[in-house]
Every structure is written in structure tokens, then in C-alpha cells.
Write a protein that binds this ligand. Sequence first.
Ligand SMILES: NC(=O)c1ccc[n+]([C@@H]2O[C@H](COP(=O)([O-])OP(=O)(O)OC[C@H]3O[C@@H](n4cnc5c(N)ncnc54)[C@H](O)[C@@H]3O)[C@@H](O)[C@H]2O)c1
Length: 309
Amino acid sequence: MRALITGGAGFIGSHIQDKLIDLGHKVAVVDNLRSGKKENLNPQAKFYELDIRDEKLDQVFSEFMPEIIFHLAAQNEVPYSMDHPFEDQDMNIVGMMKLMELSAKYKVNKVIYSNTGGAYYGDLSQDKIPTREDTPVLKPTSFYGVSKASAELYLKLYGNLKNIAWVSLRYANVYGPRQDGNKEAGVIAIFTSKLLKKEIPKINGDGFHTRDYVYVGDVVEANIKAIDYPENDYFNISTATEVSNNQVFETIEAELKTGIAVEHGPNRPGDPLHVTLDNTKAKEKLGWEPKVDFKTGVKLTVEYYSKNF
Ligand SMILES: NC(=O)c1ccc[n+]([C@@H]2O[C@H](COP(=O)([O-])OP(=O)(O)OC[C@H]3O[C@@H](n4cnc5c(N)ncnc54)[C@H](O)[C@@H]3O)[C@@H](O)[C@H]2O)c1
């Protein structure tokens, strides 16, 4: 199968790329290297250094003729979206529209979208946590969450109008090797790289904010399951387990044993207090469930950063 991965030089996209190549598929990557890295590219993947909104994307489609698209290219930082809402929507919504226009023109069979689940549903009362896919979004908290959720509507609309199959995977907080430890998102990568540099990590808020951390290998498996899934559908991809920022720090520190204590700073705008996503639908319909528990995932991640430090 010919698979095009947008954002394939990034953290999650590069793992999907490697898995597809292992499975014997032909892979092309479109990435403008905004946050992705050339060293994440598999030598067997064809690489196009390009913004997905660029007119030249048409040539990529006509040359590579993708049968399936894994769409990951995005502005994906909540704080950046709060300061640059127009740029965020252009990247995430217009980017999706351009991709779907070309998918229709070149008769792509299926688009699998890497959506956010963590930022999708906004701030919710405790009785809505773990959050199910059908939960109404009443209090969105970030421009990022809104642009990614809107892009899913465009995916559904184009898919249904133009007869392109689609699956949207709404991820909880993804972590694992290759996540950028210098960016604002990805607390596990950030804390690990700070501790390795003997710097003091800072928790935004009191550390009792909770998130649902899903290991990147499990996220790749969800994408693979989505290839043959026979319907158009959307799923939370999560562990349905709450882990606080304090627990994240303690689990990493238990691996690295630096003796460094964490500092606390102010809350970040746009961040909901608690995020845990119900994954019953993915278990029952997609046949997917997370295999890597938090302690094991952190161990694998810390090992990777220690080796690549
Ligand atoms: N990491 C997470 O916890 C998480 C959670 C939920 C959803 N997601 C989604 O998964 C996807 C991948 O995220 P990631 O964590 O791997 O981030 P990442 O920053 O490592 O990857 C994004 C990739 O897209 C590329 N890109 C950005 N804008 C582009 C554009 N206009 N044209 C072409 N390429 C462009 C970047 O260079 C990068 O390689 C994103 O869509 C993100 O919204 C991630």
C-alpha cells in the first residue's frame, strides 16, 4: 500500500512511518520541518520537505499517488495557539481542507487523522471524566483544541461528500522516544531532559493536574488497526488512567535518581485541570487497547533519552 504521512518527521509520525515500512508498505513523508527532524526520517521513506498548504502538494499526490493518508502535520502547542489563534487555525483547519481537496482529486481511499482527545473536550465537570467520545464540547479551553476538533468536522464532511473513508483517533497525552524535550508540550520528555541536564524541572500549578498518558507504540498500533477498520469512525486513544504531574515527576526521578526536587510555577492558560479519556469504544469496536503501562513506558522513554543525551 502507498501511504503518505503528513508530519512524518515528527514524534508520532516517525514511529508510524517506521512501522508501515516494517510491514512492507511504501511510505512518503510530507513535512516542513517546523518541529520535525530529518534524523527521524526512515531512509526507505520518500521525503518531501513541504508545507501541506503549499500548492506543490498537488505534485506530491500526482507523483506518489497515495492510497492512504496518515494526517499528523499540525500546529500542536496549546500555549502557541493562545497567542497565535489565526496561524493555528490556518495550519490545522485550512491544512486539513487542502489535504482533503487533493485526496478527493487523486481518489485517496482513506484518511486517518491524528486528533487530540486531551484538548478536544475542554473543561468538564468531574462526572464527565473519564470522557466519552459523545461528550458535548461546552467549555472549550484552547484555540488548538477548537482548530483540531473543527478539522475533524472537515474530515467527516469531505469524507462523506467525496467518498473518502476516514478514521479520527483522538489521543490522550502521547509520550515516548523521539518526543521533543525542548518544547512546551510533552511533560515526560521535558522533565527527563531537564533532569538529565541536572536542571530543575518546573510544574505548572500545584502538580495535582492530571493527564492520561498513552505510550507512542500503542498509538502506532491504533493507527495500524484503523487501516482495515471497515467504517468511518472516531475513537479516544487513551489509557483511561489519571496520572498527576507530581506522579510523572516522581516516576521519572525514580528511574534517574538525580536527587533534584521539582519547582512549582503558575498554571498555564488554556490547560484543563483534569483529562482522562474513556477508551471503551476503541476496545470494543476497533479492537485496540493500550499494552504499555505508565511505569514501563516511562522506563523505555528514560532509557532512550539517556542513550541519546
Ligand atoms: N503528542 C501528543 O501528545 C499528541 C496528542 C494528541 C494529538 N496529537 C497530534 O498528533 C500529531 C503529531 O504530533 P507530535 O506530537 O508527533 O508532534 P510533532 O511536532 O513532533 O509532529 C508534527 C509534525 O508536523 C510537521 N508540520 C507542522 N506543520 C506542518 C505543515 N504546515 N506542513 C507540513 N508539516 C508540518 C512538523 O514539522 C512535525 O514534524 C499532531 O497533529 C498533534 O496535534 C499529539
